[in-house]
Design a protein around this ligand. Structure first.
Ligand SMILES: [Zn+2]
Length: 273
């Protein structure tokens, strides 16, 4: 007897999750020259006292699932197995953080790119869920483009529906209002909302433009520099209602980005004859 699994996950992934296809199905895919393969880059790292350490990896899975459900007719893409442990050395020193080095992340991405290229795909996209992966993924994508001629792109989660206070916008870096809200909507059973705290590394009213993030001048940091709790932001402001709205907006944003890139690659492919 078949085991029943949550249907949105199965429905959204069945046709597009590469590991669920047979070798003959992959060989026969008609759109490999322009449909992108998407690798979700996640992390397993401390997210304060209230959130599970897999926040970023959970969000990657959710954004892709929501995006797949919202792809316009005629647009396709394929999903590679996610890389769920990321370059999280800035969050080391806490129980629950796992980290791979920038070199390991680069090698994993190169290994996926080499095989995806050998199968006949010509576009490889990355969907980020964790800031620490941005730098190594950026130079590795350029290396992939140079080495195999794969078209590479970074998909961003637009967060167009997300509105937070100016203070949170400037100093809500991690395990913040947004992540707490998103997880309350997505996996409330894993959230200890009673342990949420507000922990800012600075005040927007303070003078000076040297900050950890989102400022004209930024400095390199590890979590302990900015926060005792592991929270950087106001986790107490996160609610499931906000999280639901933001998740849907994020999913639509990712779907729009995939569709835009798909049409551009298809147009270039058709123009080349
Ligand atoms: Zn996170």
């Amino acid at each position: 007897m078949a085991m029943s699994l949550p249907s949105p996950y199965v429905q959204a992934y069945r046709k597009r999750y590469l590991p669920s296809l047979t070798l003959e199905q992959i060989a026969a895919l008609p759109d490999k020259a322009w449909a992108p393969v998407i690798v979700v880059l996640g992390a397993i790292e401390q997210h304060g006292p209230q959130l599970p350490v897999a926040v970023d990896s959970f969000l990657g899975e959710a954004w892709v699932t929501l995006a797949l459900e919202r792809l316009p007719a005629g647009v396709s893409c394929y999903i590679a197995p996610p890389i769920t442990i990321g370059k999280s050395n800035e969050h080391s020193g806490y129980p629950g953080t796992l980290a791979i080095s920038k070199k390991t992340l680069r090698r994993l991405m190169l290994a996926i790119a080499e095989q995806v290229h050998a199968w006949g795909f010509r576009s490889l996209y990355v969907l980020h869920t964790h800031g620490g992966n941005f730098a190594p993924a950026g130079y590795t994508l350029r290396e992939i483009e140079a080495k195999w001629g794969l078209h590479t792109q970074t998909l961003s989660v637009e967060k167009s529906t997300m509105v937070v206070s100016p203070q949170e916008k400037a100093f809500g870096y991690h395990a913040n209002e947004a992540e707490t809200a998103l997880l309350l909507a997505l996996k409330p059973q894993y959230v200890r909302a009673d342990l949420s705290v507000c922990d800012y590394a600075g005040k927007i009213t303070d003078p000076g433009e040297l900050r950890a993030e989102r400022a004209p001048a930024t400095f390199s940091w590890v979590s302990q520099d900015l926060s005792k709790s592991g929270v950087m932001g106001d986790a107490t402001a996160g609610t499931a209602e906000k999280g639901h709205a933001w998740l849907l907006g994020d999913g639509q944003g990712v779907a729009d980005a995939i569709a835009k890139a798909y049409h551009e690659r298809k147009r270039l492919h058709d123009a080349a004859g």
